[in-house]
Write a protein that binds this ligand. Structure first.
Ligand SMILES: Cc1ncc(COP(=O)(O)O)c(C=O)c1O
Length: 377
């Protein structure tokens, strides 16, 4: 076969570790995938069940109420203005948008062929470039896991369809300088796409958006993407939005209509309720923060130093021996915890393991006890 062959899906490579971890009492404590297990709020479930929107096709762009709810949340959370009529569109969570965007950008500007993305990052930025037949060019990150914008080669910048930034970042939990990314994009004439799906879980200062850095309210050359998957424990409902540059939002929404991409009506109703409610987010923030602290204290007791992330719900642990797979295996054998080796997030961080604190409190407590008691070198 000479055509595209999909690479093994990263999490499918964890079957052996999961089997090892599963032999401990209570089974595996799966901290490998960032899939929420805590409940969404009841108002959201009620809205999902009672929208009466099952019969007709939903608007691909999202209903005006959906976009107004997203705009209301942007204003409330970040103090930024985005016009729900021209600057916001719906997406099915954000992964499909992240992966699909390079293809649509390259159709629009065929003379450009490059996607820039952080060297240590969520793998879908690079996959979107690959599926578009474009070049995926990793931008090096510094010792704080932030983009080294000065290291982008001018010839790559000239060919770039977009630069991705992700803050708080998956997997390392860094807060990047969104203003610097936006300025780099303006100077180089490159669209800056900011994946902000962990914004509510910002531990170091207030939540941030790249739209803060837009020229007045026009947000030219900027696109922020948001999702309810993590914020409201609604990964199964598939609701998100993209917001920013009106010309780009219009183009994307027109193409997406032809693609048949629609957030289902009941999901739109649920999302409107979710964006209107802040209480459940505060509860979830407290949960994640507690769990992060519990696990990093347990590692400290075992003599393994792990820093509190600046945001997000992942611990990014340097393997004491430098071998992430060996560390992952020992963790699975001794504690039942399954984590994700750093090579899932690019070639630049092979010695790290990512742990998502998404399991319920009682399972995290078991993990913490076993780490403290059994992981000392
Ligand atoms: C950085 C980042 N962006 C986007 C997503 C996509 O999430 P969803 O498609 O559920 O919105 C994820 C999911 O883990 C993620 O970690």
């Amino acid at each position: 076969m000479t055509g595209f062959v999909p690479p093994p899906y990263p999490y499918d490579r964890l079957a052996e570790l999961t089997a090892i971890a599963g032999s401990l009492e209570g089974g595996a404590i799966d901290l490998s995938i960032g899939t929420p297990s805590d409940p969404p709020p009841q108002v959201v479930l009620d809205a999902l069940a009672t929208s009466d929107s099952e019969r007709g096709y939903p608007a691909s762009l999202g209903s005006l109420r959906y976009r107004e709810a997203a705009a209301g949340w942007l204003a409330e959370r970040f103090g930024v203005t985005a016009d729900p009529r021209t600057q916001i569109g719906a997406c099915l969570g954000t992964k499909e948008l992240v992966v699909g965007l390079p293809r649509l950008l390259s159709l629009r500007t065929p003379e450009l062929d490059t996607v820039l993305y952080p060297a240590v990052s969520y793998p879908s930025y690079a996959m979107g470039a690959t599926l578009a037949g474009c070049r995926a060019v990793a931008v090096p990150v510094d010792e704080h896991w932030r983009l080294r914008l000065d290291d982008i080669h001018p010839s790559d910048a000239r060919r770039a369809l977009c630069l991705w930034v992700n803050s708080p970042g998956n997997p390392a939990g860094a807060l990047d300088d969104l203003g610097a990314a936006a300025a780099w994009g303006r100077i180089n004439g490159v669209l800056v796409c900011s994946d902000e799906c962990y914004a509510e879980f910002t531990w170091d200062g207030p939540a941030r958006t790249v739209l803060d850095a837009g020229a007045a309210a026009a947000h030219g050359g900027l696109l922020a993407v948001h999702s309810l998957s993590k914020r409201s424990n609604l990964a199964g409902v598939r609701a998100g939005f993209y917001a920013g540059d009106a010309e780009l939002v219009h183009y994307l929404s027109e193409v997406r209509k032809h693609q048949g991409l629609m957030v289902p009506g009941p999901s739109q109703a649920a999302a409107i309720a979710a964006w209107g409610d802040d209480h459940h987010v505060q509860v979830q923030r407290d949960r994640y923060r507690r769990r992060l602290e519990l696990l990093l204290e347990a590692f400290a007791e075992a003599g393994i130093n792990v820093g509190m992330p600046e945001g997000g719900f992942y611990l990014w642990v340097a393997a004491p021996s430098g071998d992430a797979w060996a560390f992952a295996r020992r963790l699975a054998e001794v504690t039942g915890v399954v984590g994700s080796p750093g090579e899932f997030y690019g070639d630049a961080s092979p010695g790290y393991l990512r742990l998502a604190v998404v399991q319920p409190d009682d399972r995290i407590a078991v993990a913490a006890e076993r780490i403290a008691a059994g992981m000392a070198a």
